[in-house]
Ligand binder design. Sequence first.
Ligand SMILES: Cc1cc2nc3c(=O)[nH]c(=O)nc-3n(C[C@H](O)[C@H](O)[C@H](O)COP(=O)(O)O)c2cc1C
Length: 221
Amino acid sequence: MLLMVSLIFRFGRCWTAEGKPAPVALDLLDLDPDPLTQFQRWYADWCKVCPSDPEAMFLATSSPEGQPSVRTVLMRGLDERGFGFFTNYEGRKGRQLSQNPLASLLFYWPEPGRQVRVEGSVVPMAEAESDAYYASRPRLSQLGAWASHQSRPLESRHQLLERLHELEQRYPEVVPRPPHWGGFRLRPASWEFWQAGEFRLHDSFRYDRRESGWSILRLNP
Ligand SMILES: Cc1cc2nc3c(=O)[nH]c(=O)nc-3n(C[C@H](O)[C@H](O)[C@H](O)COP(=O)(O)O)c2cc1C
């Protein structure tokens, strides 16, 4: 009986009640032993269908008092060292990360119904790496990094544009990288891969970093 139910869920249902293709159940054997490779596979699937900003990810940090806050940032580089992103070190997230480097990332990919959660700790990127990325940005974005006092009150949009105008005069050619702007990298300690299933029978697996490699555990969805 158990085998029959499991076969129906894995192979038997091709269409949902709404006439959409039914999600195929995710099995431990489908997963790559390396969560980075597994993520890259799912991310490639997402890039094929995403209408814009496939690199968008939600970054959660917390205040020293433990108040969490979350916002979108763009993933800029992913490799065995972790997830890169760039920001203002003096903004809210920058200040929080300098006080508490523990952070979490969330990816939600509605098509084909997947979520990835990543937890770990964040370190600032090397200056040279931030310089290289900053140099690759359009001139106006470079000036914008100086003009915006991220997360702090702003009297009016006009004030921001005025600052931008002054900066254009100050840096007629090369715009140096502001010392308060650069990259962070989140090194994962755990990953959770979640895939939507029918009738709320989703699949969820967690990878935890071990001394050598990763352990993988199936979780109740
Ligand atoms: C699609 C999208 C991409 C964003 N990318 C970044 C980013 O890469 N870096 C960044 O500092 N803010 C980015 N933001 C703005 C942040 O979500 C946030 O509003 C800002 O960084 C201030 O956050 P904080 O006050 O928590 O520091 C992005 C917003 C959106 C909607």
